[in-house]
Design a protein around this ligand. Structure first.
Ligand code: FE2
Ligand code: FE2
Length: 287
């Protein structure tokens, strides 16, 4: 099916939330060479929950190692505009996890787990900046949240099918709805005018075999691959799932190959243990 048809179906059947206003304002300011730190501060200050989440994330172990950031102004000065914009986008997505039943709790845990795993991997493999890793990991499954918000009954049935072993999420979604969460997520990012590279990370996270490094920007390839490895590590660990998925073969992932990283089974075990430990230590900073 071509992309236009998919977009039409998404628009017809899903209620897509409006762009998070603060994040959108911050992106505009960050892209404006004449904007000032004061304007950025003013755009974010009004939302105190957002401010505390941004500061929490900025202080996460995989973020700022030297300075302890206590204020928003310090966060802007230490991290710089672009990193701040990514953190604001990441922090804004919390607003979509409003009803907090089991489904939402698992989705949030999986997103936070993937964000932290992505940041760990970005540092381990020296592939990306932590802010890029965090926002990519946190938003990779945003499409699931949107489907769940807009069609909770369908989503519950899909989750049930997946739980019963009748396929992966994106497979069951495509069969049932005609599109999958990666289609919804990447379309939404585009519609909101959020960074294009983030949209591609979301789009490709279930079709890594379609990534062609000869025709894609090397940064984009790395970005997609880190989030893919993180997502798989978190699935393997069972973070945000009802149980660990032992069928995931981390060492054999194509995304690791594309990153030119070779891991032995011992390396994989050590990496998974590290990711699990950091998730435990850091996850509350995202609440
Ligand atoms: Fe996914
Ligand atoms: Fe995922």
């Amino acid at each position: 099916m071509d992309d236009n048809k998919i977009v039409e179906m998404i628009e017809e059947t899903c209620e897509l939330p409006p762009v998070p206003i603060v994040a959108s304002k911050v992106l505009r300011l960050v892209n404006d060479p004449n904007s000032t730190v004061g304007q950025l501060e003013e755009a974010i200050m009004g939302d105190s929950n957002l401010v505390s989440r941004i500061i929490g994330m900025a202080n996460s172990a995989y973020y700022v190692r030297i300075h302890k950031v206590k204020t928003l102004k310090a966060a802007i000065n230490v991290l710089g505009y672009k990193a701040l914009a990514n953190l604001v986008i990441a922090a804004s997505t919390r607003q979509f996890y409003t009803k907090f039943g089991l489904v939402e709790k698992l989705l949030w845990e999986h997103s936070v787990g993937t964000a932290i795993a992505s940041a760990v991997l970005a540092t381990e493999f020296k592939a990306l900046k932590s802010d890029e890793a965090l926002v990519g990991g946190l938003l990779h499954d945003i499409g699931k949240t949107i489907i769940n918000l807009s069609k909770p009954d369908d989503y519950r049935e899909i989750a049930e099918e997946v739980y019963n072993g009748n396929g992966k999420y994106y497979e069951v979604e495509r069969e049932k709805l005609g599109f999958a969460h990666n289609d919804v997520g990447s379309y939404l990012i585009q519609k909101w005018n959020f960074p294009v590279e983030l949209g591609k990370v979301i789009y490709y996270h279930h079709s890594i075999e379609e990534v062609d490094p000869s025709s894609m920007d090397p940064f984009q390839v790395k970005y997609i691959c880190i989030i893919d490895v993180a997502n798989n590590c978190v699935r393997r660990l069972g973070v945000g799932y009802r149980e660990p998925d032992n069928s995931v073969d981390i060492a054999g992932l194509r995304s690791l190959q594309l990153l030119s990283v070779e891991l032995t089974q011992d390396d994989v075990d050590a990496l998974l243990a590290k990711i699990q430990k950091v998730i435990e230590e850091e996850k509350s900073k995202f609440d």
